[in-house]
Design a protein around this ligand. Structure first.
Ligand code: AAL
Length: 347
């Protein structure tokens, strides 16, 4: 029998682990048919949430072609990342399995504009008959120290046409200081805020009568900790979908995670944190959209989840991520797959 006067460090920690399995889940991943079947030479990645309109599912994603050569080639026209020189495309499906690529949704801007280099990692938000795409933008030249912003386009129909807002919606915090002139993102005099270098992975929801735009921050002079990369999420809040967005004074609202995946549940916001940080592979829940606590620790997760936006998110903690799309790597190319969550315990 355990003697409570001789608890090990692990047993002492476990005294706090009293939650049940309601949020615990596992994932299955599936290959898709039609244009989402794996295709060497084409990059399809970072799918948005899946929306249903009439009898059709819609998804938006980053699409590009060509080999990635990386930084340091000396040729500024070279593709530095798989998501460099990409644009936002969309696809439709009647059953969530066979997808037809429909074409460009939002392209790159004119040379010299804030989005002239890449337009990628989109998220979709539908509200009162309008559609909002939020996505990342990069301006030429794509160097290691380039800042990355979040921008928006608006449409009356999921098929578009999309009207870009004239300026980015959310920018990196302007309070880090680079050290020296070399293009080195780790050399800093001051790191600045958690999002001083890049704002990524926007995800927009309607919450408490306002518009909450969650995003991933990358910091100038990023370091490694016992959880790996220093990656955290923030939220910016607006009174109307098109902004202006004000960053929460509580940012960052996570200390871990990567591609943002959030869903509404019973008056709060649930989040799936993957990939980076001491709390990677957890589901977290914030009753107020800000103060997230771990509610499940998962075995593994797919990457870059875009869940189906159900009309019944309150039916269960995991209804908001019952299924959706994600991306995977194969032989150097990224392609879009389907995920489903399942529980070994009855819901
Ligand atoms: C991801 C996202 C963002 C990054 C890159 C493409 O999956 O976090 O979109 O910029 O990787």
């Amino acid at each position: 029998m355990t003697d409570n006067t001789t608890l090990s460090a692990a047993s002492l920690r476990a005294l706090n682990y009293t939650l049940g399995p309601e949020w615990f889940c596992e994932f299955r991943e599936f290959d898709l048919g039609g244009d989402f079947a794996y295709q060497a030479g084409v990059i399809r990645r970072d799918p948005s949430a899946v929306l249903q309109s009439g009898d059709t599912y819609y998804v938006w994603y980053t699409r590009g072609t060509g080999e990635t050569t990386g930084f340091g080639t000396g040729d500024p026209a070279q593709k530095v990342f798989p998501w460099d020189l990409t644009e936002v495309w969309y696809a439709t499906s009647k059953d969530g399995w066979e997808w037809q690529e429909q074409g460009l949704a939002v392209g790159r801007g004119q040379p010299g504009s804030f989005d002239d280099r890449a337009v990628f990692t989109p998220e979709i938000f539908a509200h009162q008959g309008k559609y909002y795409l939020v996505y990342q933008v990069v301006k030429t030249p794509y160097v290691l120290r380039v800042k990355e912003s979040i921008a928006m386009a608006v449409a009356d129909f999921p098929q578009g046409p999309w009207q870009k807002l004239p300026a980015p919606l959310v920018e990196p915090a302007d309070n880090g200081v680079w050290l020296g002139e070399e293009d080195n993102r780790f050399a800093v005099l001051a790191k600045g805020d958690f999002d001083s270098h890049k704002v990524h992975d926007p995800c927009l929801i309607h919450y408490r009568g306002k518009f909450y735009l969650y995003y991933k921050g990358e910091q100038m002079g990023e370091e490694r900790t016992f959880g790996g990369r220093e990656i955290r999420w923030g939220v910016a809040v607006a009174d109307t979908p098109t902004g202006p967005y004000v960053k929460s004074p509580y940012n960052p609202v996570t200390n871990s995670g990567h591609e943002v995946c959030v869903w509404l549940y019973q008056g709060g916001v649930a989040a799936l944190l993957t990939t980076d940080g001491p709390e990677k592979n957890t589901i977290q829940y914030a009753p107020d959209g800000i103060n997230f606590e771990i509610v499940a620790v998962l075995k593994r997760t797919p990457e870059a989840l875009g869940p189906f936006r159900t009309s019944q998110p309150d039916a269960g903690p995991l209804e908001g991520i019952a299924w959706g799309l994600c991306h995977a790597f194969k032989d150097g190319w990224q392609y879009i797959r389907r995920f489903e969550t399942f529980q070994r315990h009855p819901r």
